[in-house]
Design a protein. Structure first.
Ligand SMILES: [Zn+2]
Ligand SMILES: [Zn+2]
Length: 213
């Protein structure tokens, strides 16, 4: 389990083409989850601190908008689930349908898996549904859920390679495994808590989760 210590609090930046949330977590060095904004904005917030990892909750273009620029300019490693990395070209071309020029993905990636701890107790949960390789990141007192679970909503499942049953199963797993006082930092919109969504999310409450899902 996570070691007890002063919890790091993810810093939320709301920038980029579809106002996806980027989160910066810092201890002695920093991790950036979902580089949605312009690289200059992100570097300004980092203020010279060492960026160790850039993590993508999934490979949709608005969540990796400046991933390549950030990795190229800082030397950070890019972490993503293999299932989303393999679909990167298809996912990034979806930007064109929305009138954006697709960003280039980073040149290379390191793959993360369910249960892996990547940095200072920050643990990967493989939470497929919105995309096959969607991940959540669990820290001490919080979970970053990407486009799986939002404040009062859930991720879209009408997109390429998305799966509504997998999405429900992933959300139910969060309700079951993550303490309900944990803060949820979603990929879009304001934070919430696991408990608030488990009892009040209009799309999926914990009471609708079967014991097997
Ligand atoms: Zn998405
Ligand atoms: Zn999104």
């Amino acid at each position: 389990m996570l070691q007890e210590k002063l919890p790091m609090t993810p810093m939320r930046l709301m920038t980029g083409p579809l106002l996806a949330n980027s989160y910066i977590l810092c201890e002695d060095d920093c991790v950036l989850v979902d580089p949605a904004g312009d690289v200059e904005d992100i570097l300004r917030v980092l203020r010279g601190r060492n960026l160790r990892f850039v993590v993508a909750t999934h490979m949709h273009f608005d969540h990796i908008w400046s991933a390549k620029a950030l990795v190229d300019s800082t030397g950070a490693d890019f972490l993503v689930h293999r299932l989303d990395w393999e679909l990167r070209d298809e996912f990034l071309s979806m930007a064109e349908e929305l009138g954006f020029r697709p960003p280039a993905p980073p040149d290379r990636a390191e793959f993360v898996e369910d249960g892996q701890t990547i940095w200072h107790g920050l643990r990967i949960m493989h939470t497929p549904g919105h995309t096959p390789g969607s991940i959540s990141l669990v820290g001490s007192g919080f979970i970053l859920t990407g486009d799986l679970l939002f404040n009062g909503s859930v991720g879209r499942t009408d997109l390429l390679a998305s799966d509504s049953r997998a999405l429900a199963s992933s959300i139910c797993r969060i309700y079951r495994e993550i303490p309900h006082h944990y803060v949820v930092y979603p990929g879009h919109g304001p934070p919430t808590t696991v408990g608030a969504e488990a009892t009040g999310n209009p799309f999926l409450r914990a009471s609708s989760c079967s014991t097997s899902s």
